[in-house]
Design a protein around this ligand. Structure first.
Ligand SMILES: Nc1ncnc2c1ncn2[C@@H]1O[C@H](COP(=O)(O)OP(=O)(O)OP(=O)(O)O)[C@@H](O)[C@H]1O
Length: 393
């Protein structure tokens, strides 16, 4: 089967976005390297690209934080990209805060026309990213890994966010009712049962989606997507997901309802539901060493994360019919020369367009002839001749 075409960002325009007063930059290659000192705006650039797709962007920042501050309040900002998903099809996506509108409101334009349909945009553009903030994933608590997993699921199944939110909302209401029952002696048991019913339906749907994605990621990882990277394996630790291996969803929902109904006193004493999909954790294993990621070195952990992100990009490409943009912030710095070479080889082989940043431009030299290079200086991006610009793709 032919690989899916890459989504290509061929031009980016920014106005008053974070550290950029005004920027217009064409991209002519499938691998783009941006180097520069700390604080010159490399991550800001990747963040702007991530915001051209629906969602909160690579830093999860609030819209009002994104406008450039020039000694006062944040200015209205805009980001726009020209994309090609095939040589004959190009389109423009713009986003930002409307002039004179509230600073927390973000709008999207598709080919110049305002659009409210995030689904319409999601059919055309997608990004996956890896940032230094994600390095803490293996040390942080299970809730961060759950959020990481949910973001990956959401990219493939947009309704997943609603299932997780509905589950958490019902659980929070049940927790409040149980606390009230403990204080006052009695609350309406039917109300509790209705909340437990909602928790069971949405919780099982969320656990099933998480389980489905973990198994598809593992298949892709086992298929050798990551070339010379250490093979990674993911394990979802979740009793509900495990129960779904053996029984149909309706039977698992019934058991959960019964368990929560029987466990109200225990949950009230614990301050919340002791069991449920909200306790799920995602564990990463370094397969050649058979070691949990938390015990691996920083560089090994980085390589595991890269492997998972590339596998995720491959799944998105399969589902959507185009390969998403890869935004890789400071990923090469932690890798030794061998793993860096493996990363560059994997990127050269993938159909996706990749944007790589780093403080040391020299580490990207092996990409000469393949990548287009830029140097970031405050508010600007200049072509960097150290890496020869490749001929147009
Ligand atoms: N809303 C804003 N208005 C003006 N400047 C901003 C705003 N938000 C961030 N900045 C500036 O952007 C710069 C940070 O940019 P960025 O995080 O992209 O740096 P970087 O090049 O990735 O650095 P590092 O190598 O340290 O990761 C900082 O100097 C910060 O002051």
């Amino acid at each position: 089967m032919a690989p899916p075409p890459a989504l290509l960002l061929t031009r980016l325009m920014l106005r008053d976005f974070r550290s950029y007063p005004a920027l217009t930059v064409p991209f002519r290659a499938r691998i783009v390297v941006v180097s520069g000192e700390n604080g010159v705006g490399k991550t800001n650039l990747l963040e702007a690209i991530s915001l051209l797709c629906p969602g909160r962007g690579l830093r999860g920042a609030r819209t009002a934080e994104l406008g450039r501050r020039d000694g006062g309040l944040p200015l209205p900002w805009a980001a726009a990209g020209r994309f090609e998903s095939a040589p004959w099809s190009s389109f423009d996506i713009g986003t930002g805060t409307p002039e004179g509108g509230p600073p927390e409101r973000r709008v999207f334009r598709l080919d110049g026309a305002l659009t409210r349909s995030q689904a319409e945009l999601a059919e055309r553009v997608a990004t996956v990213w890896l940032t230094p903030q994600m390095d803490r994933l293996f040390q942080d608590g299970a809730s961060d890994r759950r959020r990481f997993l949910d973001r990956l699921v959401w990219a493939l199944e947009p309704h997943h966010a609603r299932e997780v939110a509905a589950y958490e909302n019902a659980m929070a209401q049940r927790n409040r009712l149980l606390a009230q029952e403990r204080r006052e002696g009695r609350v309406d048991p039917q109300w509790l049962a209705a909340l437990e019913d909602a928790m069971a339906r949405h919780g099982v749907a969320a656990a099933a989606a998480r389980r489905g994605l973990v198994s598809r990621l593992n298949e892709t990882l086992a298929g050798g997507i990551t070339g010379a990277f250490p093979a990674a394996r993911l394990d979802l630790h979740c009793a509900v997901a495990a129960a779904l291996e053996a029984d149909p969803a309706l039977a698992v929902e019934d058991r959960l309802r019964a368990a929560w109904a029987a466990g109200r006193r225990q949950d009230a004493a614990a301050g919340g539901a002791v069991e449920g999909p909200h306790r799920a954790d995602l564990l990463f294993t370094h397969v050649p060493k058979n070691l949990p990621a938390a015990l691996c070195s920083t560089g090994e952990q980085k390589a595991l994360l890269i492997a998972v992100v590339l596998a995720h990009a491959a799944l998105i490409a399969e589902a959507r019919g185009f390969a998403p943009l890869l935004l890789l912030d400071e990923v090469a710095a932690h890798l030794d020369a061998g793993r860096r070479e493996a990363l560059f080889a994997a990127l050269a082989a993938l159909p996706a367009q990749a944007f790589l940043t780093g403080t040391d431009g020299a580490i990207f030299r092996p990409l000469a002839g393949i990548a287009e290079a830029f140097r970031a200086t405050p508010g600007e991006l200049v072509s960097d001749n150290d890496l020869p610009v490749p001929p147009g793709h």
